[in-house]
Design a protein around this ligand. Structure first.
Ligand SMILES: Nc1ncnc2c1ncn2[C@@H]1O[C@H](COP(=O)(O)OP(=O)(O)OP(=O)(O)O)[C@@H](O)[C@H]1O
Ligand SMILES: [Mg+2]
Length: 242
């Protein structure tokens, strides 16, 4: 399909009278990983929430050419948009398997399609297969993030929006999670990756945006951004040699 998968232009999102996203423009082409980095309070989560339809917004918001403003959250899910929130939002008292099954719910997949997705998720996350009967609230942080991702994959997403998947995880687990994210891209899933871990995000994405106080301060090829003096100084620890 020609044209961008997600097209955001001059988007504004406000909480009451306070604008948290102020004229953001962002494009995501199919099959790409696009990262959005920036400090606490920059508006990253707000941007994702608006794209998912959880918050009203004004400006251009298009998915495969169609205006998303006319579609509620449920319709956006049906189109293949999927958000993994920062809070992961797992059902702690339910098993790994039940959490995964719930992920397929909103897309109205057939039983056969659900079984196929489940096999695929277990294939991608052997740890979840081993722990399928375990309660979600007894999983480790890394396993919880895997479950959140696995549950998202159950909905056969076309555009996966991840809000800080590395949050609270040890560096090795972060690498593991991001390797899975990159593998998803190989399978044709497009990904919008929100991260405070700028280094990990830029290493894993094709294109990046730096969001500061609700506005895009910088954008570019992820490799170029990682070389940028301002990005290095502010987001990569300020070292010039590594
Ligand atoms: N429900 C809300 N009501 C009012 N203001 C809010 C609400 N949610 C967020 N904000 C404000 O909007 C701004 C952007 O918040 P947002 O959560 O989008 O930032 P963020 O970039 O995701 O930050 P973090 O990296 O800490 O997750 C902040 O100033 C925040 O205080
Ligand atoms: Mg956030």
């Amino acid at each position: 399909m020609a044209g961008p998968m997600l097209e955001i232009a001059d988007l504004h999102v406000a909480y009451g009278r306070v604008e948290a996203v102020r004229g953001v423009s962002l494009t995501l082409d199919p099959g790409r990983i696009v990262s959005v980095i920036g400090p606490n309070g920059a508006g990253k989560t707000t941007l994702l929430s608006a794209a998912m339809g959880l918050l009203p917004s004004r400006g251009t918001l298009r998915f495969e050419g169609d205006d998303l403003h006319g579609l509620d959250v449920e319709r956006r899910v049906e189109r293949g948009l999927c958000l993994v929130p920062e809070t992961r939002e797992l059902f702690g008292e339910l098993s790994v398997l039940d959490n995964l099954q719930l992920g397929a719910y909103a897309r109205h997949l057939s039983a056969a399609a659900r079984r196929a997705r489940l096999a695929e998720v277990y294939d991608r996350f052997p740890r979840l297969a081993e722990r399928r009967a375990q309660r979600a609230d007894t999983l480790s942080g890394g396993e919880r993030q895997m479950l959140a991702l696995g549950r998202a994959l159950m909905s056969a997403p076309r555009l996966l929006m991840l809000d800080e998947p590395s949050l609270g995880l040890a560096p090795l687990i972060v690498q593991e999670i991001l390797a899975i994210v990159r593998a998803l891209r190989e399978d044709g899933v497009s990904i919008l990756l929100i991260e405070q871990n700028a280094r990990a995000a830029l290493e894993s994405s094709d294109f990046g945006y730096v969001l500061e106080t609700g506005e895009v301060a910088l954008s570019g090829d992820s490799k170029a951004l990682a070389e940028d003096e301002r990005v290095r100084a502010t987001y990569l620890g300020g070292t010039h040699d590594e």
